[in-house]
Design a protein around this ligand. Structure first.
Ligand code: AMP
Length: 284
């Protein structure tokens, strides 16, 4: 496995790989790998010739009051895990390598970035779209792999690729969960024991909603009300950021669940803000 920090070297290596006709996959990450990250790498490893993983805690997607400084980092462990997954190139740039003084170009997909996580993190997706676009330009991948855990992010990247005619296949992969259902996240390390015990109810609530939809409660408001009560009862240490039912691609609110609908939630729990989602298929 090559570890490359230099932006120009990476771009040159990737240009060479492309000219050899190799199929390149990129898995963008912020490191502190868990099984969720590794599942993306495994898929990419099996479906492409060259696997590039970027490891960069991108400051522009954090608001000043958020957890940029505290975000967990463990480069040595990440190197070992990446090596074991057969990663060809681990790209580990510094902030100063990617954001030169006077950086002032941004990629925005405002229609998809307003609601859900965008409502409480108004500059987050601008930072995400910009860094992912930069990573695409540096690595020139044929395929880029993202987790469905960050559904809004995945949707925004797909739209960006479509709107900017980028020749990249964006692949979304399923959420990897702990045995009790909690979606794996680097931020789960922030949770105290009590908070961790309550956190598993986030997914249990989503499953409850899925059952309700099957049992003919099809109004979004009914689901939201029931889920709010469920969370208040079972996650007393938490504070709900949002519970939303939206069209899976447009991310616009849905009132009647008679077609595939994304149920997405975000909950503040201790120092963490945890997100999760489930695709409700409705009856249509
Ligand atoms: P992050 O390092 O949190 O920026 O995540 C890097 C990539 O891993 C993103 O595409 C995430 O959606 C994906 N990811 C994070 N957690 C999970 C998970 N539990 N299951 C599947 N993919 C995940």
């Amino acid at each position: 496995m090559k570890i490359i920090r230099d932006v120009h070297k990476l771009q040159q290596v990737c240009l060479d790989l492309r000219s050899q006709g190799l199929k390149i996959a990129l898995v963008p990450t912020m490191g502190c790998f868990h099984e969720g990250h590794l599942s993306l790498m495994r898929w990419a490893r099996q479906n492409c010739d060259q696997l590039i993983v970027s490891l960069f805690v991108n400051p522009t997607q954090f608001a000043p009051h958020e957890d940029l400084a505290a975000y967990p980092r463990d480069l040595e462990r990440d190197k070992d895990l990446a090596q074991k997954e057969g990663v060809d190139i681990l790209f580990t740039p510094g902030t100063e390598d990617l954001y030169l003084p006077g950086h002032s170009t941004w990629v925005e997909v405002p229609d998809l970035a307003r609601n859900l996580c965008g409502a409480s993190r108004p500059t987050h997706f601008r930072g995400v779209a910009t860094i992912v676009c930069k990573l695409f330009n540096l690595t020139l991948p044929h395929v880029a792999v993202f987790g469905q855990k960050d559904w809004q992010q995945l949707t925004i990247i797909k739209r960006m690729v479509r709107d900017l005619n980028l020749p990249i296949d964006v692949v979304g992969r399923p959420i990897v969960r702990e045995p009790d259902g909690l979606a794996m996240s680097s931020r789960n390390t922030y949770l105290s024991l009590t908070e961790r015990k309550q956190a598993c109810f986030i997914y249990k609530g989503l499953l409850m909603a899925q059952t309700m939809v099957k049992d003919t409660h099809e109004q979004a408001e009914t689901i939201k009300r029931a889920l709010k009560e469920f969370y208040q009862k079972n996650i007393p240490a938490g504070r709900i950021d949002y519970i939303e039912l939206v069209h899976p691609e447009q991310l616009t609110p849905v009132s009647l669940i008679d077609q595939p609908t994304l149920l997405a939630v975000a909950i503040f729990l201790g120092k963490a803000r945890l997100i999760d989602n489930i695709l409700l298929r409705g009856k249509g």
